[in-house]
Design a protein around this ligand. Structure first.
Ligand code: SAM
Ligand code: SF4
Length: 371
């Protein structure tokens, strides 16, 4: 039996927590555990983004407010045991990559244990899953040796500017040197491919795009530019301030000849080779060139909510399944997790609606969803 979620507002809850709160909504098809997570549009899901915390050491303007953020309740944050329990079911269902994110994932005091236990999970074919991380890099110099030893496979590090004053204004923290030290540690660690992320912003860093690519090349990394998305906790996003993929490519074309790389698959970044190679640059153009048709991603928030899209307003609540447990004679917790994964995949729309005039920004900021 699969779990039947129940809608409360836009949150889907397991019946264990909601028997008296509402009527059953969309039931996922009854498929036994271990079958791939295929949605109504034929997309097979292989990538689970796991947000470990909504807390952060920076306050990037496009992500978090300077102050007054409403933090997730500490009691609702998933423990490492709960994360691993969900991840084991997800891996049995065909998830092959876990990307740890946040908030800032390196703020979790048990981050090495999280990586070690996730990296020990294998899929139905016996192959180990891949554990990747997106981080602001600040704690990498102290933590990276232990993370690599624990089985971390890949790193994406965010750096939007190379200028200290700009970094301070943009992140509201004077920590550019710490981020640069984190990137140097990642370069020395040998983890490859190493990717650097920058949100391209009008009148902020749009004049630094070539410099950022050169910086990445010098660190044996690949630069990826992200179109700014309407996910800031302050709800201040304006389309007119967004630097588009087209503008990014125009700026880079002044320095390099760009040749598109075919065969993107489910990857969010489209890539271009620079001057015939070997270096390349990526652009994640969620707003002007959405790639929903090939999306293979699901998200798990730090407080146990499954999401099928960054921009969705519906969440599928795993906490009651994990914490209430099976009723006497009821289904095992793993069956409940599997059912909720299938409900979440089943409810996935063919595409996001950022470009629809009726689009409503999700209530959570990016730091509480997990980018
Ligand atoms: N703290 C880590 C970091 O910054 O890499 C991980 C979490 S952060 C939410 C993940 C990625 O989302 C970062 O590369 C960040 O630049 C990006 N991001 C955050 N808010 C965004 C927004 N409104 N539009 C586009 N990208 C955003
Ligand atoms: Fe923190 Fe990352 Fe958000 Fe910046 S983008 S505030 S580093 S979670």
């Amino acid at each position: 039996m699969t779990a039947i979620p129940v809608t409360i507002g836009r949150r889907m809850l397991h019946p264990a927590a909601s028997a008296d709160r509402g009527a059953p909504a969309t039931a996922a098809p009854a498929v036994s555990m271990g079958a791939p997570l295929v949605d109504m549009h034929g997309r097979v899901h292989r990538d689970l983004r796991v947000s470990l915390t909504d807390r952060c050491s920076l306050r990037c303007t496009y992500c978090m407010p300077e102050q007054g953020n409403e933090w997730l309740a500490r009691t609702s944050i998933l423990t490492v045991d709960e994360i691993v329990r969900i991840a084991r079911v997800a891996a049995a269902d065909g998830i092959t990559t876990f990307r740890l994110t946040g908030g800032e994932p390196l703020l979790r005091t048990d981050i090495v244990e999280v990586v070690r236990r996730l990296a020990a999970i294998t899929g139905p074919d016996g192959a180990p899953v891949e554990v990747a991380m997106t981080t602001n890099g600040i704690r990498l110099p102290e933590l990276l040796p232990a993370l690599v030893d624990a089985g971390l496979h890949r790193l994406n590090i965010s750096i939007d500017t190379l200028r200290r004053d700009r970094f301070h204004v943009l992140t509201r923290r004077d920590r550019l040197d710490d981020v640069r030290a984190g990137i140097a540690a990642a370069q020395a660690s040998g983890l490859r491919p190493l990717k650097l992320n920058a949100v391209a912003m009008r009148n902020v860093n749009e004049d630094e795009l070539v410099e950022l690519v050169e910086f990445a090349i010098a660190h044996d990394a690949q630069m990826r530019f992200i179109e700014q998305m309407p996910l800031d906790a302050g709800h201040t996003w304006e389309r007119s301030r967004m630097v588009t993929q087209e503008e990014i490519l125009t700026a880079l074309s002044a320095r390099w000849t760009l040749t598109p790389v075919p065969g993107r698959g489910g990857a969010p970044a489209a890539r271009w080779v620079l001057d015939g190679g070997p270096h390349a640059v990526g652009v994640i153009a969620s707003v002007t060139a959405p790639f929903c048709g090939d999306c293979d991603r699901l998200r798990l928030t730090a407080d146990g909510q499954l999401r099928n899209c960054l921009f969705s307003s519906t969440e599928y609540d795993l906490l009651p399944i994990l914490r209430t447990g099976p009723s006497p004679g009821g289904e095992p917790v793993e069956t409940g997790i599997d059912g909720m994964l299938r409900s979440c995949v089943h409810g996935k729309l063919p595409g996001h609606a950022i470009n629809d005039p009726a689009f409503l920004q999700p209530a959570r900021g990016m730091n509480a969803i997990g980018g």
